[in-house]
Design a protein around this ligand. Structure first.
Ligand SMILES: Cc1cc2nc3c(=O)[nH]c(=O)nc-3n(C[C@H](O)[C@H](O)[C@H](O)COP(=O)(O)OP(=O)(O)OC[C@H]3O[C@@H](n4cnc5c(N)ncnc54)[C@H](O)[C@@H]3O)c2cc1C
Ligand code: FES
Length: 338
């Protein structure tokens, strides 16, 4: 049995199946309701039931009091619909709507994706979830007070583990540790989500430009967009030093086969035997394909020099300055604790 839920004031509607929580049905339908623990403990998902009946589910008393219930409030991470509903809650529309948390986490798994790229999966405590917009990043808070930033590569709907793609910086304080001594079960502290690199609503086609591990936040953005069955035209240019550094080609390769509105153009720095594809600097491959970028949105992520070159060259090809969104993988400055 299913019920129809209307969110006020947006008027958005979604269907919830029996046994499913209102939060998970809303997220599955692509509506970003606020949440924290997803476990009835923090109160971040609290909202008002304007019409209809809910089963409040299992939660901690401090998160939803009897007085809250009298006022019509419920925790949407636990509540289930018993009739069609009208609920009142402010949807997350921008990064500023999401609280930044400091959380402990455990290294669940490490996997070398290429000679200099390590995938690291982090597990949060069982009563915690990290809400984020696809494209945002977290900071590791190191014991000596330094912070190191890494983009989230998983989509928010697949958040049981946080996935990071970490490039080895030879001699780097933190990434040397990741490649040489970090191991499963290590405990770390993170803060997040941070950043404003996320997909803006628009009818325009979107061009993604990734350099190396700049693929990480773009993977999150695209996985989420396809989960929401976007019909926007999207194209990804992913530049890497060599074939081995193109560390998860099957991910965009599969999307290209499955999604009629997506194409993937890998670009290697230089030709190598058996490589039939594009070579050269990744943003120059875009310039070779597009005489006019005035009707596009661009999302660029990777080394600062690549991002700067792309911004300059793409705006010269007609891209409005305000339609260039980027995350530049800058290094932490001494002021930030390097
Ligand atoms: C918002 C944001 C998101 C990021 N996301 C990612 C990500 O998803 N994946 C990823 O691999 N990296 C990402 N980075 C870059 C990453 O944070 C740095 O590479 C990392 O902090 C290096 O830490 P370290 O302690 O090993 O190096 P440090 O000890 O800080 O640096 C050692 C030396 O290497 C230089 N250096 C440091 N980082 C780099 C670099 N990236 N390239 C070239 N030289 C460098 C420094 O100037 C210094 O000379 C991101 C950066 C930012 C700002
Ligand atoms: S109580 Fe924490 S998300 Fe619902």
């Amino acid at each position: 049995m299913s019920h129809q839920v209307t969110i006020q004031p947006s008027g958005h509607q979604f269907t919830v199946q029996s046994g499913e929580t209102l939060l998970s049905a809303a997220l599955n339908a692509g509506f970003a309701l606020p949440y924290g623990c997803r476990n009835g403990a923090c109160g971040a998902c609290k909202g008002k039931v304007l019409e209809g009946r809910v089963d409040y589910g299992v939660f901690q008393q401090g998160a939803l009091t009897e007085e809250d219930k009298r006022q019509g409030l419920a925790l949407f991470c636990c509540a289930k619909a018993e009739s069609d509903l009208s609920i009142e809650v402010k949807e997350v529309g921008a990064a500023k709507d999401i609280p930044i948390k400091t959380l402990p986490c455990r290294v669940e798994k490490l996997e070398k994706l290429a000679g200099d790229v390590m995938a690291v999966w982090l597990k949060l405590p069982s009563n915690e979830r990290l809400q984020f917009l696809p494209g945002q990043y977290i900071d590791f808070l190191l014991k000596d007070g330094r912070r190191r930033s890494f983009s989230l590569a998983n989509a928010p709907e697949a958040d049981s583990l946080l996935e990071l793609h970490i490039r080895h910086v030879p001699g780097g304080h933190f990434t040397e540790h990741v490649f040489n001594t970090m191991k499963a079960k290590d405990i770390m502290r993170i803060s997040g989500p941070h950043g404003s690199f996320f997909l803006r609503e628009s009818d325009k086609p979107a061009l993604f430009l990734a350099g190396g591990t700049g693929f990480a936040p773009i993977k999150s953005i695209l996985a989420h967009a396809f989960h929401q069955q976007t019909d926007r035209q999207m194209v990804l240019y992913w530049g890497a030093r060599d074939l081995a550094s193109l560390y998860q080609p099957q991910v965009p390769g599969d999307w290209q086969r499955e999604q009629g509105n997506f194409s993937f153009i890998p670009v290697l720095d230089a030709g190598q035997p058996g490589w039939p594809g594009r070579t050269g600097r990744v943003h120059e491959a875009v310039l070779a394909d597009f005489a006019d970028l005035s009707g596009w949105q661009v999302y660029a992520c990777g080394a600062p020099v690549m991002v700067a070159a792309a911004r300059q060259a793409f705006t010269a090809r007609g891209l409005p300055e305000g339609e260039f969104y980027s995350d530049s993988f800058d290094f932490q400055s001494p002021a930030a604790g390097a």
